[in-house]
Ligand binder design. Sequence first.
Ligand code: GTP
Ligand code: MG
Length: 232
Amino acid sequence: MYGFQQNGTYPPVMASANDSKWQKDAADQNFDYMFKLLIIGNSSVGKTSFLFRYADDSFTSAFVSTVGIDFKVKTVFRQDKRVKLQIWDTAGQERYRTITTAYYRGAMGFLLMYDVTNEESFNAVQDWCTQIKTHAWSNASVLLVGNKCDLEDRRTITAKEGEELGGNLGLEFFETSAKENINVKAVFERLVDIICDKMSESLDSDPTLVSSQSKGTRLTENANTQNSGCSC
Ligand code: GTP
Ligand code: MG
């Protein structure tokens, strides 16, 4: 069965680092679907900044490395459906790997991020892909994100190289800037669209997965058949 739940809570794999926040967010039952998404990648590539830009439209130049894992919730609308996104921001530091990979299970989508000014983070993408393959649901959707594209003079990874790596790994690719708010919303919207498309296909192929009330409802008009799963 596809890893989504209709009109219900989406239990986290483990208790949140911030239980009171989880209880408050879980209490909001006013949604049609909940998607669990994860942002992964090396430390300092901009995962937390990316999430703060998307959820709060804020940015800070200070670097406070994430300890373990945290999440934010944002609700978006896909046609007539209210989709609640539970977006988990993982620590990139190696020492938290055991904790963070425990949250991969049940995730429907991943943003795999590197920093276009940091070659090491780019070279680590393949390893992150392997982590997804090892710990995540096999049908999870993955986008490759090259962040900090505002730092053109410090760039060491070209957009073409990012595109090629994405192509090799079977991942759609975006360049973004959390600082300048470039492509941040577009990336999340694309990930949600891909998940919705997969979900619609899944419901179409197995109508027993949907209740009679909402039977036949397609979440998106523009079904996209591109393979977004990690093929590494
Ligand atoms: P960990 O929590 O250690 O895994 O790091 P992270 O990936 O969450 O990085 P974080 O978001 O904390 O950002 C690291 C540094 O990069 C901070 O100083 C941010 O201000 C900066 N930064 C993040 N995104 C951008 C961006 O798009 N452009 C620029 N110029 N700086 C950015
Ligand atoms: Mg962080």
